[in-house]
Ligand binder design. Structure first.
Ligand code: PGA
Length: 253
């Protein structure tokens, strides 16, 4: 049985003190369930990864980066490689988060390279997809999400796909307080599962965790998780408050 998975995306938040106190509070609050009934990961900013990884080394909480570069080393000023992320004790990395797609301007092609680089570097990518509000309103959700899945996972073998976690995050629900209803989320999760089955076969597709993200809170975590194809949650704002994040972890466990 696949365990539910809750990942926290801290985005560009915390500082050298609050990253440590937040990690400590999450670890102590979730001690009884993290790693047992539920897999948990947090994704702090690059500069605090090592401090957070150190604090969490004695816990069952994994650490992930929020991005990576597609080369392993060399003259790429400002970039961070999969090897470096792995070297400091991280296991996960977010790829194609909506803010990287829409604020920074990452393409499907670049995101595909990042997913592949992450896997080849021994990391577990959390590959994010999701439509914008105007795309949903124009009934283009399936087309947009299908394109992101096909292009983002292009050329990835059936063997490598087992390292991937997919996260469906409708852009209109991220940081807005507007959550997709469990039915709206399930509809897209089922579509993603179907596409994965076409690409990799039914059994591998069943095993790929598909997380929902977008204004997840302690109050809506359990109802989202009750849907068949929602296997976990990717949490932004609420992962910065230890009490809320722990309540979400417990609601899912
Ligand atoms: P949110 O962010 O929970 O603050 O909506 C989710 C995300 O961007 O991963």
């Amino acid at each position: 049985m696949r365990k539910p998975f809750v990942a926290g995306n801290w985005k560009m938040n915390t500082d050298s003190e609050t990253c440590v106190s937040l990690a400590k509070s999450i670890a102590s609050g979730s001690r009884e369930v993290a790693g047992e009934g539920v897999k948990v990961a947090v994704c702090p900013p690059f500069v605090y990864l090592q401090a957070v990884a150190r604090v969490l080394s004695a816990s069952s909480i994994a650490v992930g980066a929020q991005d990576l570069y597609t080369e392993s080393k060399g003259a790429f000023t400002g970039e961070i490689s999969a090897l470096m992320i792995k070297d400091i004790g991280c296991s996960y990395v977010l790829c194609g988060h909506s803010e990287r797609r829409h604020v920074i301007g990452e393409s499907d092609e670049l995101i595909n390279k990042k997913v592949t680089t992450a896997i080849n570097g021994g990391l577990l990518p959390i590959f994010c997809v999701g439509e914008m509000l105007e795309e949903r309103e124009a009934s283009r959700t399936s087309e947009v999400v299908s394109g992101q899945i096909k292009n983002g996972l292009a050329s990835l073998s059936a063997e490598k796909i087992s390292a991937v976690t997919v996260a469906y995050e409708p852009v209109w629900a991220i940081g807005t307080g507007l959550t997709a209803t469990p039915q709206q989320a399930q509809e897209v999760h089922a579509l993603i599962r179907e596409l994965l089955a076409e690409m990799y076969g039914g059994q591998p597709a069943e095993e790929i965790p598909i997380l929902y993200g977008g204004s997840v809170k302690p109050e809506n975590a359990a109802e989202l998780m009750a849907e068949r194809d929602i296997n976990g949650l990717l949490v932004g704002g609420a992962s910065l408050k230890a009490d809320d994040f722990v309540a979400i972890i417990k609601a899912v466990a």
